[in-house]
Design a protein around this ligand. Structure first.
Ligand SMILES: [Zn+2]
Length: 450
């Protein structure tokens, strides 16, 4: 397929804005990039996709999310509002995840995948929980991702909060899915697996050791870390160690492990993160909503930690997350020089691409270059001032909106064109979700502690 009439944003190093250039896609990859006249002459027979003068750029990547949280939208929490993070877990997330059946898991995943395609997010790293429907839950999500045509990394969050049988079931679900996706004949090459853990505060030493023991070589973990002080206090009480030290002792850290949040880590923990090469994901909208504090993103980056950007179950609107990350550090530090647009692009583009790329190593992700995965979006943006490689981060922060995404392509397959979804039936997915959500809410109401 030949994409013509486009201005390309490559997100290469250095980034380039290429006017009157075309992309030739073949076998799910970007085969060639060049001046339009030249490429058109090389491939006269190719199917054409006219970008109508729009920007064409790599699809966005979300480094941490929860598809299963979709039905929380509109859900009323009975009794007094949760007063802190632990109560948010106890009164919202834990009774909600217990209320999910496989049907609900499937429907909530589809809802979130519609949202991702519409908003130009082409790769998502999910963290799943459904304690009353554990075995096979990752297959159910994988089926939805496969149908959507997106790229995803899946895991099940192991936890001791529901007893030893469910902890074991969580471990088994991760292992089963990891083995399934690591076969050399993996039938779903756009789906990868990692090993999920909930958070230090719901994991015993024995369970951490059991996970470490059974996780295959080369597989990392995906876990929440120090989202709120309560996680650190719990770790100190249980082990005498701060969380990152505790995870290090149990062999959980390493260059394939993802730690979500890291809001309350201390200087030594930051050094450990840098030394072990673990990834940290930043979710400023979630942190603000839960009132858990502000991650010291710049300090983490200065210490050499690889910081990425996720949504934590918020809408897959990555530029919204960019804007929040950019604004939050300025008001928190009361200094408008903090968190430059270049830093936001570093985490939201380059680091996210490096993290996601680890799971899909057969070609590059998040960059327009020959040989890379053809994961692209079209953006209908008309700048009032010249857009350059240098000022692009600020154009995105102050000018771009996800509603400007008109086409989404993954692995060379068009998932949305002229804002029309081609792989998913949005209307019937929404109708099915509206059918299921009230029953989930009813089960939730019976489980929620007052
Ligand atoms: Zn999370």
């Amino acid at each position: 397929m030949l994409i013509t009439n486009a201005t390309l944003i490559t997100w290469g190093l250095p980034n380039q804005i290429l006017e009157a250039h075309a992309l030739y896609l073949a076998d799910g990859r970007i085969a060639e990039i060049g001046p339009e006249a030249e490429l058109a002459a090389h491939h006269p027979e190719a199917e054409r996709l006219d970008a109508g003068g729009q920007y064409v750029m790599p699809g966005n990547i979300c480094a941490h999310t929860h598809f299963y949280g979709a039905f929380a939208r509109g859900l009323g929490i009975p009794g007094p509002a949760p007063k802190d993070f632990l109560e948010i877990l106890q009164k919202l997330w834990w009774p909600l995840d217990k209320s999910l059946t496989h049907d609900d898991v499937h429907a909530s995943a589809l809802v979130m995948l519609v949202d991702a395609i519409r908003h130009g997010t082409t790769t998502l790293i999910d963290h799943h929980a459904s304690p009353n429907a554990i075995p096979g839950s990752l297959d159910v999500i994988a089926e939805a991702v496969e149908q959507a045509g997106l790229r995803a990394v899946l895991c099940y969050e192991v936890t001791d909060r529901d007893g030893p049988d469910r902890a074991r079931a969580g471990i088994d679900e991760n292992l089963r899915f990891i083995n399934r996706q690591s076969r050399t004949t993996n039938p779903q090459p756009r789906i990868a697996a990692t090993f999920g853990l909930h958070a230090s505060l719901t994991l015993s030493d024995a369970t951490l050791d059991a996970c470490r023991q059974v996780a295959p070589d080369g597989v990392g973990f995906h876990i929440h870390v120090a989202e709120h002080e309560v996680d650190e206090y719990d770790s100190l009480a249980k082990s005498g160690l701060r969380i990152v030290d505790r995870l290090q002792r149990h062999g959980i850290l390493g260059p394939r492990t993802i730690l979500a949040h890291a809001v309350h880590v201390d200087a030594r923990e930051i050094n450990l993160l840098a030394e072990t090469g673990a990834w940290v994901t930043h979710q400023p909208r979630s942190n603000m909503n839960n009132g858990v504090g502000v991650s010291q993103v710049e300090s983490l980056m200065r210490a050499g930690v690889k910081v990425c950007l996720g949504t934590d179950g918020f809408s897959s609107t990555m530029w919204e997350e960019w804007k929040t990350a950019y604004l939050l550090q300025k008001v928190w530090n009361r200094d408008p020089r903090r968190m430059s647009g270049v830093d936001v692009a570093q985490i939201g583009v380059y680091n996210n691409a490096a993290l996601a790329g680890m799971f899909f190593p057969d070609a590059r992700l998040g960059v327009l270059t020959p040989g890379a995965h053809a994961d692209l979006i079209f953006v209908d943006y008309h700048p009032f001032t010249p857009l350059t490689a240098g000022n692009l981060p600020w154009h995105i922060i102050f000018g771009f909106h996800e509603s400007m995404v008109t086409a989404t392509i993954v692995g060379g397959k068009v998932l949305m064109r002229d804002r029309q979804l081609l792989t998913l039936d949005e209307e019937s997915i929404a109708a099915r979700a509206r059918e299921l959500a009230p029953a989930v809410w009813e089960r939730y109401q019976k489980l929620v502690p007052l």
